[in-house]
Write a protein that binds this ligand. Structure first.
Ligand code: SAM
Ligand code: DTB
Ligand code: SF4
Length: 344
């Protein structure tokens, strides 16, 4: 029986999945994964921080909040040409999606034409475009869509009842509102959260419940493992058991069968074996390139070697588009497997 697309997950059902013996949970998640995806195919995105640091918000995990002293140097919005050069490099290295991040609470209206020019330029390179700029008004979301934006990343971050322990400068409803504006503008959503912030298993289930019960499942679901940055309030939090991280990926896969589940921040400090377990649990997307926004990500060579050892390959761009039904050229521009495996 194919798995249903549900928006009525109860917390206890998700917790019952978390509580399964790990082999049984992995089997169930891997079965759901195969209903909708080739389990060897992984979607590859590259991130660029187009405006770094100096953020007025107080997200307890974030190295870019002005109020924490993390050593991150605040910058102005980058020039479009510099951004396009980075996007060309990302495409040449094998990424199919380019995600531009800005350390803003929300963009000012005067920023939108500048970001729109970046989006249009990246789109013209043949990459999928994604942006994460904070809260958006309905008009801003529409303007970004018109510029050629495919995805907007805006995370719920954690369960509603734990959220107030982490962030105080905007509330959960603000996030839900922005996600509504993004969907209404016809953008695809990239929405997930962070684990390892000291939340309970019930709260991890609560994050997945909130994501799966959105009016539409996010097209991409980034599951970040907290990157602990000295100076942030969450530095020093007890490390999450790696198997609990794998369980979180598996339950996300089961609850959101057609979404791309992204093994996101935190890979740099994960072993190859832990990452392999995450792919077996249904993760099918990564951030690729040595930097996330301000913190380290595995070197491209390490990821190429990992893909080769595991027999994984990068999702070609045209397949990324086909998967969401928006390919305009019938797949004529299929790129070969774009993270080239290193020869043995
Ligand atoms: N300022 C915008 C916002 O908050 O929506 C966009 C950029 S913000 C850095 C994007 C996401 O990165 C956050 O929602 C959070 O989930 C993730 N993130 C930030 N710092 C992180 C950390 N130290 N570890 C893991 N994920 C982190
Ligand atoms: C997401 O969920 N993870 C990415 C992306 N969306 C923008 C960001 C991770 C940031 C990790 C901390 C940093 O590098 O500053
Ligand atoms: Fe600012 Fe985004 Fe960091 Fe929060 S997560 S402090 S909004 S850059």
């Amino acid at each position: 029986m194919p798995s249903e697309i549900r928006h009525d997950w109860r917390r206890e059902e998700l917790l019952a999945l978390f509580d399964l013996p790990l082999p049984e949970l992995l089997y169930r998640a891997a079965s759901v994964h195969r209903e909708h995806f080739d389990p060897a195919q992984v979607q590859v995105s590259t991130l660029l921080s187009v405006k770094t640091g100096g953020c007025p918000e107080d997200c307890g995990y974030c190295p870019q909040a002005q109020r924490y002293h993390t050593g991150v140097q605040a910058t102005k919005l980058m020039d479009t040409e510099q951004v396009l050069e980075k996007a060309r490099q990302a495409k040449a290295a094998g990424a199919s999606r380019f995600c531009m991040g800005a350390a803003w609470r929300s963009p000012k209206d005067r920023d939108i034409p500048k970001v729109a020019a970046m989006i249009a330029g990246v789109k013209a390179l043949g990459l999928e475009t994604c942006a994460t700029l904070g809260m958006l008004s309905p008009e801003q979301a529409r303007a970004l869509r018109e510029a050629g934006l495919d995805y907007y990343n805006h995370n719920l971050d954690t369960a509603p009842e734990f959220y107030g322990d982490v962030i105080h400068t905007r509330d959960y409803q603000d996030r839900l509102d922005t996600l509504g504006h993004v969907r209404d503008a016809g953008l695809k959503t990239c929405c997930g959260g962070i684990v390892g912030m000291g939340e309970t298993r019930e709260q991890r289930a609560g994050l997945l419940q909130a994501l799966a019960n959105l009016p539409a499942h996010p097209d991409s679901v980034p599951i970040n493992r907290l990157v602990q940055v000295p100076g942030t309030p969450l530095a020093g939090t007890a490390e999450l058991d790696p198997f609990e991280f794998v369980r979180t990926i598996a339950v996300a896969r089961i609850a959101m069968p057609r979404s791309m589940v992204r093994l996101s921040a935190g890979r740099e400090s994960m072993s190859d074996e832990l990452q392999a377990m995450c792919f077996m649990a249904g993760a099918n997307s990564i951030f690729y390139g040595e930097q996330l926004l301000t913190t380290a990500n595995p070197a491209a060579e390490r990821d190429q070697a990992l893909f080769a050892r595991l027999g994984l390959y990068a999702m070609p761009l045209a397949v990324c588009e086909d998967h969401h039904g928006t390919s305009t050229d019938g797949g004529a521009t299929v790129h070969a497997h774009i993270i080239e495996p290193l020869s043995a």
